[in-house]
Design a protein around this ligand. Structure first.
Ligand code: FAD
Ligand code: UDP
Length: 373
């Protein structure tokens, strides 16, 4: 008889959702995390009266009613809508690409004028499956070079021709004045921060932080009947098919007085500016921002991942996806382990997708378990 039904490796959104669902179904869970805190990459921290997104800007968005209701069980959300700006040389542009952006760039003022100009500049391509060909086929070279090329080269350090078009298809292109970064029905940020939300998800569940699964795998495995693993899948299999590639990030936080940039997110798309974006955290809570005299900003730099660093973004090109498929076959035949989340599924998941995946996998697992008992 094991001490726990589930050992959950990782206290990010996948681990926390799975733990909540299993606990509510009557199972005993232990959650571990090698970091010194819970929440994985959504972890936020109150500093100088401001909720800081320690691992980069996190805006919750979904069109799924069930997922929205689920997160609202654990947090009250504000009405933040993400409307970042782009800084290129001395100009500031509306972003994602919309009618205001094209007005600022070309002076066009109506959807019809914008469409006519785009028709002139688009570079048609029969099968635009890479990022560069796809964006050139949508908006032409000037828009590509102002908004996409430099940012993408900094973010991925790869030729945009070698990246999948899916990376840029995340962003809308609109010929209206709608500046919302997302298409979704629901959007917002927890008023008390993401850490408080994850704390609520983990209420009544045993959590041990500062514990690396691989440092003591055998002993930890022996504690539970089943493992839920949300770390790197290639590491789980001791890199036997090779190492999956990731991008890591470096965050430079700075406290200053006043209001630095008047917006939560400004992207720096010029190739010679070394960082990709600057966040100004108080603007993620628009209701309280004006009353806070000080401010905290974060410059975000992207870098190639090496062991020992934090893997933030999977690089889902053909080479890595093929390698991942091999690991996935092993994972599918591992009855005692459930793999989930951005690292274990090697997917460029957003928060709602991670929660959706955890709800689905926990439901299947708990149904199977109750059928067997
Ligand atoms: P993680 O949050 O990575 O959690 C995995 C946990 O497992 C980590 O805490 C890790 O320490 C732990 N772990 C790993 N290996 C071990 C081990 N061996 N032993 C013990 N513990 C281990 N999504 C959005 O919806 N909106 C956004 O605006 C948004 N912005 C983002 C900005 C950035 C810069 C980044 C990097 C991501 C962003 N995301 C955003 C995506 C979001 O962060 C993820 O979808 C989500 O946090 C992934 O949750 P997870 O549980 O899969 O992984
Ligand atoms: N991107 C860009 N210019 C920008 C912002 C994004 O070219 O100003 C591209 C870039 O390739 C990036 C991708 O669009 O990796 C997805 O952007 P998103 O903001 O969704 O990235 P994330 O928030 O996940 O880092």
């Amino acid at each position: 008889m094991s001490d726990y039904d589930y050992l959950i490796v990782g206290s990010g959104l996948f681990g926390a959702t799975f733990a909540r669902q299993a606990t509510d179904a009557g199972y005993k869970c232990l959650v571990i995390d090698k970091r010194e805190h819970i929440g994985g990459n959504v972890y936020s921290e109150k500093r100088e009266g401001i909720d800081v997104h320690v691992y980069g800007a996190h805006i919750f968005h979904t069109s799924n009613d069930r997922i929205w209701e689920y997160v609202n069980r654990f947090a009250k959300f504000n009405n933040y809508i993400n409307k970042p700006k782009v800084r290129f040389e001395d100009n500031v542009y509306s972003f994602p690409i919309n009618l205001m952006t094209l007005h600022q760039l070309w002076g066009v003022t109506t959807p019809a004028e914008a469409e006519a100009k785009l028709e002139e500049v688009r570079i048609p391509c029969e099968n635009p499956d890479n990022l560069e060909d796809w964006i050139l086929s949508q908006v032409g070279r000037e828009v590509y070079e102002t908004f996409v090329k430099g940012y993408t080269m900094k973010q991925w350090q790869r030729d945009p021709k070698e990246l999948p078009a899916s990376i840029i298809k995340r962003l809308p292109i609109r010929l209206t004045f709608d500046e919302n970064y997302f298409f979704d029905k629901y959007q917002g940020i927890p008023v008390e921060g993401y850490t408080s939300m994850v704390q609520n998800m983990l209420e009544g569940i045993e959590v041990r932080t500062g514990v690396d699964y691989f440092a003591d795998k055998e002993a930890l495995d022996s504690l539970a009947e089943k493992i839920v693993f949300t770390g790197k899948i290639d590491e789980y299999y001791d890199f036997r098919f090779g190492e999956l590639e990731y991008r890591t990030l470096r965050f430079e936080h700075e406290s200053i007085d006043g209001d630095f940039q008047g917006n939560a997110v400004i992207n720096y798309t010029h190739p010679e500016v070394p960082f990709t974006r600057i966040l100004e955290h108080k603007h993620f809570q628009p209701q309280t921002a004006a009353a806070i005299p000080n401010t905290i900003i974060t410059r975000e730099y992207s870098d190639e991942y090496k062991r020992g660093k934090t893997p933030y973004y999977p690089i889902n090109n053909d080479k890595n996806n093929k390698m991942y498929k091999k690991y996935e076959v092993l994972a599918r035949n591992e009855p005692g382990v459930i793999f989930g989340g951005r690292l274990a599924e090697y997917k460029y998941y957003d928060m709602h997708q991670v929660i959706g995946s955890a709800l689905y996998k926990s439901r299947k697992e708990l149904e199977k378990r109750s059928n067997n008992s």
